[in-house]
Unconditional design. Structure first.
Length: 399
């Protein structure tokens, strides 16, 4: 008798414990912000937490029990939910699917992240559906704002890129006895590289290739400033019968004095600038800290034009020495930026001067061909790595 009573007491304790656990679980489910519900195999609600009941426009579980989505949602939405649930009842769960919904209490649109899984009995037969929805409406709105912002930034960058290209020559000068080719590709929508080529009234050809530190919008803005100054000072000096390459020194003084007030951060510019007498072939040039251009002769021998001055923007009173060079028939001047020689492969190895030297020698008689070959070689070399810098080239040949 005592044993029987003990068994009854033990069973009662276990039952009471299970009831408390069920109550705790029910309280937890009822008070979390996610939508939690259970449906039978005929799509009818049999359990739901408070937020589901409220969003269906009801006040108690009894008001939604044995009803389907057709009783609460517009036909279009109810049919969509029904199709999803048919898949679940066929054993195919729906995991983290974004669904559009109309809140039946507020009648406002909302977005839910939905997961629906089949419920199985002890014989592994599917007897219903358990679902949980999370309201991601605010997250979707935030994502939309982010998307709109990114699109706006892309449009602005595209416009900035178009404006930047407007500072570069629309076409290259055509001069009898000379052949000129160029290429410019920014690493991003905008960049800090630039080139220039134009002639004065007496036929003197002015060319320049430069590289502003950085390859972002600030570099592009600074680049446009430098080009404008360089052309303006060159034209002024030429009108005064002075060497237009003296413009490099004047630009340097200007940016050293006034650039700190521009708000664009610390910037410097490497530049190769030359003025060529297209009748005699005599070239006067300044190399302000720029990668040494190549000059190849008709026999493919090659020499480099080393820097004659520091980069612009570093020292106000820096001396910008000039050099002269005779360009003979068959000679080709090849100017480039370090985006070529410092291009990296998948293992971070540099393209290098050696590879560029070889390509320029092989195409020393064809400016367009030399540039095309370099573009192809760099693209092939960089397969598997990200493009890191702008690429600019200008080639001039005396026929």
């Amino acid at each position: 008798m005592k044993i029987t009573n003990k068994k009854k007491t033990s069973a009662g304790v276990r039952k009471s414990s299970r009831l408390r656990e069920a109550d705790l679980l029910h309280a937890l489910i009822d008070n979390i912000p996610d939508h939690i519900y259970v449906k039978d195999s005929r799509h009818r609600f049999i359990l739901a937490n408070r937020i589901v009941i409220r969003n269906l426009g009801a006040t108690s579980l009894d008001e939604i029990k044995n009803k389907t989505d057709l009783d609460f949602f517009p036909l279009k939405h109810a049919r969509k939910y029904y199709k999803d649930e048919e898949k679940v009842l066929a054993g195919k769960p729906v995991i983290a699917k974004e669904e559009f919904n109309i809140n039946q209490t507020t009648q406002l649109p909302e977005w839910l992240l939905t997961t629906k899984v089949p419920i199985r009995d002890r014989k592994n037969r599917i007897i219903g559906i358990a679902g949980i929805n999370r309201d991601i409406t605010e997250l979707k709105k935030l994502r939309e704002k982010e998307r709109a912002y990114v699109e706006a930034v892309k449009r602005e960058l595209s416009l900035a890129g178009a404006i930047q290209k407007g500072f570069l020559p629309e076409s290259l000068p055509r001069i009898e006895g000379w052949e000129l080719a160029s290429h410019f590709t920014p690493a991003e929508e905008v960049g800090g590289d630039f080139y220039e080529a134009f002639t004065f009234d007496d036929g003197t050809l002015m060319i320049a290739v430069g590289d502003v530190s950085g390859n972002n919008i600030s570099a592009a803005l600074f680049m446009s400033h430098v080009i404008t100054l360089l052309k303006a000072f060159a034209e002024q000096l030429h009108a005064e019968s002075k060497s237009p390459v003296g413009a490099v020194e004047l630009v340097n003084k200007h940016i050293c004095r006034y650039h700190p007030k521009s708000g664009l951060g610390t910037k410097f510019v490497t530049l190769f600038c030359a003025a060529i007498n297209t009748t005699t072939g005599i070239m006067e040039y300044v190399n302000a800290g720029h990668p040494p251009p190549f000059v190849t002769a008709a026999d493919a021998t090659l020499r480099r034009l080393k820097p004659t001055a520091p980069a612009m923007g570093l020292m106000t009173e820096a001396a910008f020495g000039r050099q002269e060079l005779q360009l003979c028939t068959g000679d080709m001047l090849f100017i480039f930026t370090d985006g070529i020689t410092e291009a990296k492969d998948a293992r971070a190895g540099l393209f290098s001067d050696t590879r560029l030297d070889k390509i320029v020698r092989e195409h020393h008689s064809d400016p367009d061909g030399a540039i095309a070959a370099v573009i192809h070689a760099v693209a092939h070399y960089c397969i598997g790595s990200e493009k890191a810098d702008d690429i600019t080239m200008l080639a001039l040949k005396r026929k």
